[in-house]
Design a protein around this ligand. Structure first.
Ligand code: HEM
Length: 155
């Protein structure tokens, strides 16, 4: 099993990047839908006919599986780097600590958006359209830091 994982490192790396792309797409798009949804009015006809369905599908069909896949393939990369290529001390490299801090933030943000989706559905959201527009770029900023950490700091 361990040999199989180590041998196919480049495959896991590719699948990791693909799942991260899908996860990021959802993290960037969902708050935009929240902004339009909030502007249309919670419980309005357009919200129930369109935004609630779009948000549910995006969250359950794209974002949840993509996050699980990013963690799964990222976890395999951690295992292969730790057990094979670099030794477990690589986890203590500043770039890796920064990268995993970014991962913790994105995972928190994912669940925060999940709770916000439920609040919009229940008509109890107190967040404004402006709030969703303003926070929309946070996952992208985290992604910039994380990608540069792995491309420049972890070899
Ligand atoms: C979800 C949890 C995640 C874990 C456990 C994880 C872990 C890892 C590990 C261990 C590596 C290999 C580092 C190396 O040896 O170079 C890696 C590579 C990478 N990760 Fe992640 N990662 C996660 C999420 C993310 C996210 C959210 C992004 C981007 C926003 C990202 C972007 C990348 C990139 C660009 C690479 C470089 C692939 C390459 O070697 O070319 N990862 N990840």
């Amino acid at each position: 099993m361990s040999g199989f994982l180590i041998e196919h490192y480049d495959l896991w790396r590719g699948l990791h990047i693909l799942s991260v792309i899908a996860w990021m797409a959802g993290l960037l798009y969902l708050p935009r839908l929240f902004a339009y949804h909030t502007r249309a009015g919670q419980g309005s006809a357009v919200a129930t006919d369109y935004f609630e369905q779009m948000e549910r599908k995006l969250f359950h069909i794209i974002m949840n599986p993509a996050m699980v896949a990013a963690w799964l393939f990222g976890g395999i990369l951690i295992y292969v780097d730790g057990a094979g290529r670099m030794g477990w001390a690589f986890l203590l490299l500043p770039a890796m600590i920064a990268k995993l801090t970014g991962v913790a933030f994105l995972t928190f943000w994912h669940h925060y958006l999940g709770r916000a989706r439920k609040a919009l559905l229940a008509g109890t959201s107190t967040r404004s359209e402006k709030y969703w527009r303003a926070t929309n770029e946070l996952p992208f900023l985290a992604a910039v830091i994380m990608v540069l950490c792995v491309t420049m700091g972890v070899k």
